[in-house]
Design a protein around this ligand. Structure first.
Ligand code: ADP
Length: 510
């Protein structure tokens, strides 16, 4: 049993027991005991469930420990704690000889005890003293080594924890981040960095950045920066399809001796921001242009009207009509912008649903466009009546936009046809033109914000790229659908389907 227990002991424990046995044999002790102190307790080393435990306060060994000097003390009888007496009895011994074990700092860390049949006596027992002293010194070393090993294990464990924590932290960043050794090997990286630089996260650790990364432009930029350098680097655009734009920051990390240990690289993907900036600039230019055009003609005709030679009444009327039309154009533009900014800020469009006949409304929309579409003819294929529950002003805006586009994008004229019919629970209204048409790859895109098939030529006919976006949102606010069929060069047909009744889907239970 004892043997099995001894083989299960750790190396330092075994060594200590062997030393204790040797000291007992050579020093003429019945037995040598090793007691380690921990707070207010002394416990028998190596620790076991049935090992001796003594209070520091109240035991002879405890007193010897708190004396804190390498001084022998021996005792029999009364000075001993009952448990100490019991141990003596168990070994057929009568004297308890104790010597504190002092750590390198001079602090007592335990007590070695020799159990004897006779007291040490003055001037006698040199061999015994020597053996116990050697045992105490050796035990101090064993304990120190064991403590150091323990501390080392704890430090390793802590390091592992820290590494796991920092890896977790890195992964939790949406921004690409990686840690490089001073000679540019990858020490850690997150998924965003692996995606942006084009390397396999699982196998990249330890690899040279320029070897692992597919995007050489960034890798080279990072590695060519002065080894101890940090801070912001110039923005780079990658030559990939997405024209990815990135901004880099490098933070050097130094050790306590001031040597570079690693570099933390943070890479921000600024593509969307760059695109948004470009879009904003484009938008401001476009809006300025759109505002200036009507303002220029309003100003010109108003100045003419203010001149002394006012012209004929017919002229004056025509000029006022132009001013009136341009004011309408400005108002429509400002209203569009307000609606868009409302939608962009997440607000819903305010809707006022009433049941009304769409036919007169469509006739009015066409009549308004006919006034200034000199090259176009208009055809209406409408039923007698076509009622729907909708927001009349928004429906007017939808078709004013579609008919206006039909005219705008048929620069050589042609026929614009507005047709409407009932289709089950819906009304379907189409606006057909014989204009430039739309290429198939643009059919969905034209309903996106700011999208214009050809910005510069569209600019000539006037436009912001917001009309169809707003139209789609207005149709969707009615729970309807809009789509387009087109053949480049032959014209386009925009179709709007609106439910005849609100929440028709709920009522049908589908
Ligand atoms: P814009 O203010 O530029 O007219 P829209 O959102 O109304 O903006 O339209 C987006 C783009 O869709 C236009 O720039 C044009 O290229 C295309 N488009 C719209 N309607 C038509 C049409 N009837 N025929 C051909 N192209 C059209």
């Amino acid at each position: 049993m004892r043997e099995a227990a001894a083989t299960a002991l750790a190396a330092p424990d075994k060594e200590a027991l062997e030393w204790a046995a040797a000291a007992a044999r050579l020093g003429g002790f019945e037995r040598c005991l090793l007691l380690r102190s921990e707070g207010a307790t002394l416990w028998e080393y190596p620790s076991s469930d049935d090992g001796l435990r003594l209070p520091v306060d109240g035991s002879f060994s405890g007193r010897c420990l708190s004396g804190a000097r390498a001084q022998f003390a021996d005792s029999a009888g009364d000075a001993l704690h009952p448990r100490e007496r019991a141990v003596l009895r168990g070994c057929n011994a009568d004297y308890w000889v104790a010597l504190p074990v002092l750590a390198a700092s001079g602090e007592p860390s335990g007590v070695v005890v020799g159990l004897r049949r006779t007291p040490l006596g003055v001037g006698t027992g040199e061999q015994e003293r020597l053996m116990l002293s050697l045992l105490a010194e050796h035990l101090a070393l064993i304990w120190r080594n064991a403590d150091l090993e323990q501390a080392l294990l704890a430090a390793r464990e802590r390091r592992r924890e820290l590494e796991a924590e920092s890896a977790g932290l890195l992964q939790s960043f949406r921004t690409a981040a990686l840690v490089l050794t001073p000679d540019h090997h990858i020490e850690a990286a997150n998924q965003a960095a692996a995606g942006l630089l084009g390397f396999e996260l699982a196998s990249a650790r330890g690899e040279l950045l320029t070897t692992a990364a597919k995007h050489q432009a960034i890798a080279e930029l990072i590695t060519t920066v002065d080894a101890t350098g940090g801070g912001e680097l110039p923005a780079v655009t990658l030559g990939d399809e997405a024209k990815t734009a990135v901004e880099l920051r490098i933070h050097p990390v130094f050790d306590s001796r001031g040597e570079l240990r690693r570099r933390v690289v943070v890479i921000e993907d600024t593509t969307r921001q760059k695109q948004a900036d470009a879009l904003k600039t484009e938008f401001v230019m476009m809006i300025s242009h759109e505002l200036r055009t009507p303002l220029t003609s309003i100003k010109a005709f108003a100045s003419t009207l203010l001149r002394d030679d006012l012209g004929s009444l017919a002229d004056q009327r025509e000029w006022l009509q132009i001013i009136d039309r341009e004011c309408d154009r400005l108002t429509a533009l400002v209203n569009d912008l307000l609606a868009i900014s409302r939608l962009e800020s997440g607000q819903k469009l305010p809707m006022q649903f009433t049941e009304f006949d769409l036919v007169p409304l469509l006739r009015e929309v066409v009549a308004a466009q006919r006034e200034h579409a000199t090259k176009h003819s208009f055809e209406l294929a409408l039923p007698e009546r076509l009622t729907a529950e909708a927001d009349a002003e928004k429906v007017r805006q939808i078709f004013a936009n579609l008919v206006n586009n039909a005219v705008k994008y048929s620069p050589r004229g042609g026929c614009v046809t507005v047709a409407a019919a009932e289709r089950g629970a819906q009304v379907e209204i189409s606006v057909r033109d014989e204009g430039v048409g739309i290429r198939v790859e643009h059919l969905d895109l034209i309903f996106e914000k700011f999208f214009q098939v050809d910005g510069s030529s569209t600019r000539r006919v006037g436009g912001t790229g917001l009309g169809l976006y707003l139209t789609r949102r207005l149709v969707e606010a009615h729970e309807g659908r809009i789509w387009v069929e087109s053949e480049p060069g032959a014209g386009s047909t925009f179709v709007v389907a609106l439910p005849r009744r609100r929440h028709v889907r709920d009522r049908l239970g589908t």
